[in-house]
Design a protein around this ligand. Structure first.
Ligand code: UGA
Length: 465
């Protein structure tokens, strides 16, 4: 998020110094290498690096040269579930020690309510003059994979500031977007989000802005758990979750987005932020039980998927499985809290032999997955060759466009368990597959006898029609 924000601030016309204490990371960026898989980031870095975007480890010098200091350090979960704010504290102290004239210190990292008060307090204790700075909250709503588009074409910009001087500087920073000036430029990054142009800016108190960030992520995760729960009922009664989603999502009060059922949400944000928000609520004396339920539905969704695999394959020990997708969602190489990895680990424990393919995340996954029982393929078809079944765990667009006859020919048995509902059940049946997905009836080809007797006996039970 820090790198994307830095590149996008340069793109809208600012002079940006991007600081990290990881020398290797900074050296890599100075060599022109792009450390993460993110659409349009290579273009922005090529356009601005070494000019209006520089990289350095020298925090004091960067702070002295800047009017606004954005803090984008990590806020991981502690073992108790609350956010570890020690990196925010450390960097605030370092900034305090070099402040000479008025600057704003802006929280970009996701932080609990009251963090701005703490930042102000430690900065005062570390010698910054009371009038020499303001602390603001300017949460990001970027999604990984589409982060550049989300920054430049946001639904809204939220600015939490407790003084007019601070709010006015933040308004100026975002002015190229809010005035629409950026969108009239040449060679701009195209609008892939469909958000309104120009975006509205919402100015609130810092506390409200901090809460807006946590509440937004908690609401989106609630939407996902809600639809996963409805999908489970669809499976029990033979209804189709896709039809149900269309029926509910077209109500503009509900909306169609973030209503896709699957194997549960993952990533570096929702799991961490739900725990942190729940913990913040508890500290204020409110037990946010709804969030506890959202988290437990999410965990249960992975267990349900494993049961589906078992019911498609009967026994698991020694089965050869092709796995498509290791990243926590499509379009990224991020594997943090990836539901796909958890499922792969469970299958390896059951004694399955896994051949995995992910367009971007395989290298990272290989660093954290056990080395025994798993190999990595260069394509979906290579992973499928000779496999007893194929599992789809990440919603990469290319997995929705597979050549079905080619896939069927590669697999030993035509069994597909789709945790992301990327395929149409009728189409899968017409192509000769036994297909199981989320919130929809299992299907199997009706036109031909099941192959290899016995092996598929379990797959024909359950809700197959
Ligand atoms: C999320 C939010 O969407 C961003 O607005 C926010 O800025 C970001 O967290 C953050 O706090 O930094 P991100 O974690 O990149 O962004 O990914 P999402 O697209 O939100 O997906 C999160 C998880 O939910 C993924 O595992 C995804 O597969 C899953 N998901 C998403 C579903 O299962 N169903 C859906 O309909 C949507």
């Amino acid at each position: 998020m820090g790198l994307v924000a830095a590149a996008c601030f340069a793109e809208i016309g600012h002079q940006v110094i991007s600081i990290d204490n990881d020398q290797e990371k900074i050296a890599m960026l100075n060599r022109g290498e792009v450390p993460i898989h993110e659409e349009f980031l290579p273009e922005l870095l090529a356009r601005h690096s070494g000019k209006d975007l520089t990289f350095s480890t020298d925090l004091p010098q960067a702070v002295r040269q800047s009017q606004a200091v954005f803090i984008a350090v990590g806020t991981p979960s502690t073992e108790h579930g609350d956010a570890d704010l020690s990196y925010v504290e450390q960097v605030s102290r370092e900034v305090a020690s070099v402040i000479d004239d008025y600057k704003i210190v802006v929280e970009k990292s996701t932080v609990p309510v009251f963090t701005s008060n703490w930042v102000r307090r430690v900065m005062l204790l570390d010698g910054a003059g009371a009038d020499s700075f303001d602390v603001a909250s300017n949460p990001e709503f970027l999604r990984e994979g589409t982060a550049v588009g989300d920054f430049l074409y946001p639904d809204r910009i939220v600015v939490g500031a407790d003084t007019e001087r601070c709010a006015s500087l933040l308004r100026q920073i975002y002015e190229p977007l809010t005035s629409g000036a950026y969108y009239k430029g040449k060679n701009i990054i195209p609008n892939t989000t469909g958000a309104p142009i120009p975006p509205p800016i919402i100015v609130t108190s810092t506390k409200s802005a901090e809460l807006i960030k946590h509440a937004s992520n908690a609401f989106l995760a609630t939407k996902i758990s809600f639809i996963n729960a409805v999908a489970n009922i669809c499976e029990a009664v033979g209804a189709d979750i896709k039809e149900v989603c269309e029926g509910i999502g077209t109500d503009s009060r509900i909306g169609r987005r973030f209503l896709n059922p699957g194997i549960g949400y993952g990533g570096s944000c929702f799991p961490k932020d739900l725990k942190a928000f729940s913990s913040v609520a508890r500290e204020t004396g409110y037990e946010f039980r709804l969030l506890q339920e959202v988290m437990s539905i999410n965990a249960e969704q992975r267990a349900r998927f494993l049961r589906k695999v078992r019911s498609a394959l009967w026994t698991l020990k020694g089965k050869k499985l092709a796995v498509l997708g290791l990243a926590f969602k499509g379009g990224t190489d991020d594997i943090r809290e990836s539901p796909a990895l958890e499922i792969v680990k469970s299958l390896l424990k059951e004694g399955c032999e896994i051949r995995a393919y992910d367009p971007a995340a395989a290298e990272r996954a290989a660093e954290v997955l056990p080395s025994q029982g798993i190999s990595y393929s260069k394509s979906a078809y290579e992973a499928a060759t000779g496999a007893d079944a194929l599992l789809i765990l990440t919603d990469w667009p290319e997995f929705a466009k597979l050549d079905l006859p080619k896939l069927k020919a590669a697999l030993t048995y035509p069994i597909v368990v789709d945790g992301r509902n990327l395929h149409d059940p009728a189409d899968m049946a017409a192509n000769g597959f036994i297909y199981s997905s989320v919130g929809r009836a299992d299907v199997q080809a009706l036109t031909r006898p099941l192959q290899k007797n016995g092996k598929l006996a379990a797959a024909t039970t359950g809700k197959a029609e």
